[in-house]
Design a protein around this ligand. Sequence first.
Ligand SMILES: C[S@@+](CC[C@H](N)C(=O)[O-])C[C@H]1O[C@@H](n2cnc3c(N)ncnc32)[C@H](O)[C@@H]1O
Length: 388
Amino acid sequence: MTPAARIATAAELLDEVLEGAAAEKVLTSWARRSRFAGSKDRAAVRDHVFDALRCLRSFAALGGAMTGRGLMIGMARSTETDPETIFTGEGHGAAALSDAERAAGQPPVSDAEAGDMPEWLWPHLTRALADEAAAVAEVLRHRAPVYIRVNTSLISADALARELAAEGILTTPGPLVATALEVTEGARRLASTIAFGEGRFEMQDAASQAICAAIPVQDGHSVLDYCAGGGGKTLALGARATLHLTAHDVAPERMRDLPVRARRAGIDVHLAERGELAGLAPFDVVLCDVPCSGSGAWRRAPEGKWRLTEDRLEQLLGIQAQILDEAASLVAAGGLLAYATCSLFEAENGDQIAAFLARNPGWQVETTRRLTPLDGGDGFFLACLRRI
Ligand SMILES: C[S@@+](CC[C@H](N)C(=O)[O-])C[C@H]1O[C@@H](n2cnc3c(N)ncnc32)[C@H](O)[C@@H]1O
């Protein structure tokens, strides 16, 4: 495919996403029916689609329309590429620009539009981040670095870096935490390496690793990961100490890969149904990595920025409060409740903790940590609460 044909394809796929289809599904189904597209074509089309989703408002403003074609015209203008050189109407490329398209388009007007945020979320962002809001929004307009977590119970970071380099995968030490390596070349091949198959590393964002490293666990602790999902944090905790580790999720199918991943990492985890938890309690440490807006990770999952609504945020706040209350009942006297989100918003972070403390006497905040993408990884919040 020519570069122009890739852009024409991305424009068509973006129209489907704008109508409500999930980007991953749209891309997978296009790749299935387009056998002529090689791996470089698929990667380029994917990058265009996700770049446009990260920069939806500013590209639409510059391109003059919230359509796939408008977004691609805006993308060209954002890099000072003349869209006439792409939209030529030749070959499999997109149709030539019309006079109306030539005349349309203007630079973003508001801070939210320039920062590629929905207007209603800008006050949430500025409340949480004050004068860093614009810089954080800017980082979220760009692709995320790829990080892996070294399973230091099996190998050192240096030794893993050398092993991966021998397979042509290049890394540098990552930010925030010694277990993080940033993958600078060959990321698409990570999952097929021997080191991955033998549990010497996992794909995990650096901030997510830093949050796990900040939860005080010790050999012998009984630890419950109450919202385990795929189990990224369960495994990160299990690699730090010899724990009696239990994983739970309201949607147990999300944990289906966890037993295999735990086995290859050399970690024992018990997967518990909800009905079992009271019998296994009390736990020394309960982690609640709650469902949230995901705003700290919007450079990885940019559709979330545009799909989140005020109603959905309200609903999430209710779920988070309920999880905190349920999980608190499972913590031993003197034990720890760790509340984590990958959100940047105070409503899901500090406000949620303040409201929990108001509802539940007998707890005190031991530590809190707020990370933003300016720290190198995703945005994350952690509050460690001690039962007194
Ligand atoms: C942010 S994700 C967890 C990600 C996971 N900790 C990781 O690091 O890979 C939140 C998880 O909470 C689960 N969840 C939602 N409501 C829940 C509830 N009431 N009790 C337990 N888990 C819940 C969701 O199914 C989802 O898997």
